[in-house]
Write a protein that binds this ligand. Structure first.
Ligand code: WT7
Length: 605
């Protein structure tokens, strides 16, 4: 098999990115490497956004508000706008959801989605859950997940979706921090929920449970049967909280990023101009709702635009994915670089076995999208893959490539109309083109996070320079206003598009009896962008061995999550530390990549 990412190195954490073997590079005076890639022409007329320049000059998010019914009342509910508004219109019988996995195949119209989510709202009301309460959902992608998600919003509660691969430690941290009062899960996943250790958690609703339930536990199916499909929606304020997504930073436990109902304005409009969604589209976003892409663009953007949404359960395989595109006649497809690199690795022959002719528009987010992958996509699918940039904290797309715009492969594109992006230095000065610095966004915008749950100081760190949101990414802008990603400024690891905090993994590692000290870094990988590598100093009496490596890896996998487990482990007698005892990940990274270690004056001897 051809290795998908030959000559592709993406070094994060402040190192320069050197992307693509065929792209020319020139150095600016400052020494940053400017990538020169062959541009790809804009896609001819027929897109929702006809002229980027014109929209950038004239558009204001204020104009979008008028499209929603709440413009006059001021009272809003994002689930109403996503589902009920269409259910009550002539689109009521339009398919909202095509669901399938290896066992099930179902479809639901907007009207049916309205009824099912109403029912779930009534189930919550009945047990006394309402406005402002945190309701978490920990289950695989199934229709029930989506009914619960929407029903939770309809009663004004705050929804917290959790990725099904999380293990006990990760689940506990999130339910504990958010003080969730209710949880929707399955009997299989319940074993990873330490219910007795979570005093705030009063109700557990089980999807697919058999028989009678103990107090505080409910059968989803039975409860849904007993309640009405009509519901009095809880009208909330546009600034009321709607969703919590936990995400990793370089220090401490994951933080609960809170978004409000007002974010829908952003989801709707980026759905129109970036996803280019139109009435008859069949849209597929491959992300799980445990991550922000799976909610902002797996739930809100398509349904706010009244579009048919495809949800495919189960795991990735090239056959399965191409089969899904063919079966539903998917027209707009939103996925991630790791997935595209894996499809590229699977080769072009398999593509020929499927009819992908309906696919009109392709997009990618989460990590750098290599120019090589874009070129391969042009050859193989005959389509441009449109990269775009945003984060859990930003709630929606901020920088993007648009169909109507010339694309420079390797660039994330240009700011969404209504968004001002800039490169600034640590004092807040805007830097001219071709200078590398902090990627920052002028505050506010509709989908910007409104708080970090119970952590005001973490929230404030993002806004430490007045007027700006500091992303934590470094980038530069070229003379044409295109933004180019360079790396993370902190030590956060991006493995297959998932953010992993090194501290979280290190904390888990030192819980293992054999581990005295651990330092964790991201190591460049041609398919996954980065993989997690752990350097470990063992306690006295333990011998380094392959079995021990395997055991430690399993320990993290079972305690935290599969994607957080180090793929590589290296034992060391001692780890580089500062005099105050902090592990110097920068030195570990330099060792790993054979780079200069930089200033070592704070290092302990
Ligand atoms: C971090 C955010 C946004 C949904 C998925 C990720 C990296 C994101 C790109 C891109 C290069 C990217 C950044 C960012 N990232 N998009 N197009 N090119 N890097 O959300 O888990 O909050 O991660 O992902 O480093 O800060 P997230």
């Amino acid at each position: 098999m051809d290795s998908p990412g030959r000559n592709v190195f993406i070094l994060s954490s402040g190192f320069l990115a050197v992307i693509g073997s065929c792209s020319g590079k020139k150095r600016t005076e400052e020494g940053i490497q400017v990538k020169e890639t062959q541009p790809i022409e804009a896609i001819a007329a027929g897109n929702n956004l006809e002229s980027y320049e014109e929209a950038y000059q004239n558009f204001s998010f204020k104009d979008v508000e008028k499209e929603f019914s709440w413009y006059e009342t001021g009272k809003v509910n994002a689930a109403y706008e996503a589902i009920d508004r269409h259910a009550e219109s002539e689109r009521g019988d339009h398919i909202a959801l095509h669901y399938s996995d290896s066992d099930r195949e179902e479809k639901y119209t907007f009207r049916q989605m309205k009824e099912q989510s109403n029912r779930f709202g009534n189930v919550l009301r009945k047990i006394g859950v309402g406005k402002g309460d945190r309701v978490f959902i920990f289950m695989p992608r199934t229709p029930e997940l989506y009914f619960s998600f929407l029903g939770t919003l309809k009663v004004g509660a705050i929804v917290g979706p959790l990725f099904e691969a999380f293990m006990e430690g990760a689940v506990r941290d999130r339910l504990e921090d958010s003080e969730a009062v209710a949880l929707v899960t399955t009997p299989q996943l319940l074993s990873r929920v330490p219910v007795k250790e979570l005093p705030a958690l009063k109700h557990v609703i089980l999807v697919g449970a058999e028989g009678e339930q103990e107090e505080g536990f409910y059968s989803f199916e039975k409860e849904m049967d007993q309640v009405s499909p009509e519901l009095d929606i809880e009208w909330v304020d546009r600034e009321d909280s709607m969703i919590i997504h936990y995400t990793s930073g370089s220090t401490g436990k994951p933080k609960g990023v809170v978004h409000v109902h007002n974010a829908m304005i952003h989801h709707y409009q980026t759905g129109r101009w970036v996803l280019d969604l139109k009435e008859d589209d069949v849209y597929w976003c491959t992300a799980d709702p445990g991550w922000v892409t799976g909610t902002s663009y797996g739930i809100f953007a398509p349904w706010l635009n009244g579009v048919t949404n495809v949800i495919r359960g189960g795991r990735f395989s090239p056959e399965d994915w191409y089969g899904t595109l063919e079966k539903y006649g998917v027209t707009v497809w939103y996925s991630a670089p790791t997935a595209f690199r894996m499809l590229m690795g699977a080769g072009a022959d398999i593509v020929k076995q499927f009819d992908l002719s309906k696919v009109r528009h392709m997009l990618s987010v989460g990590e750098p999208l290599n120019p090589e992958v874009i070129r391969w996509g042009m050859e193989t699918y005959g389509k441009r893959i449109h990269d775009n940039w945003w984060m859990t904290e930003t709630g929606g797309i901020l920088i993007s490539n648009y169909p109507c715009m010339k694309m420079k492969p390797g660039s994330m594109g240009r700011p969404f109309p209504g968004i001002q992006a800039a490169i600034i230095d640590d004092e807040g000065n805007e830097l001219p083109p071709l200078r590398m610095g902090n990627l920052a966004i002028r505050t506010p915008w509709p989908s910007m996070m409104r708080k970090i749950w119970k952590n005001e100081s973490k929230y404030k760190e993002y806004f430490r320079i007045p007027g700006w949101y500091i992303s934590g990414d470094s980038a530069y802008m070229d003379e044409d206003g295109y933004f180019w990603f360079q790396g993370r400024i902190d030590d956060v690891i991006n493995t297959s598009g998932e953010r992993v905090g090194p501290f979280e993994v290190e904390s888990k590692l030192v819980e293992h009896q054999a581990v005295a000290e651990a330092g964790v870094i991201g190591k460049p990988d041609p398919v996954r962008g980065e993989i997690i590598k752990a350097f470990i100093a063992l306690r006295k009496g333990y011998e380094a061995s392959d079995e021990l490596k395997e055991e430690i890896r399993r320990f993290v996998k079972e305690g935290l999550a599969g994607h957080a487990a180090p793929r590589e482990i290296e034992f060391k007698d001692k780890l580089p530390k500062t005099r105050s005892g902090k592990i110097m990940r920068r030195v570990l990274k330099a060792w790993e990549l054979d780079l200069p270690t930089g200033d070592l004056s704070t290092m302990d001897d």
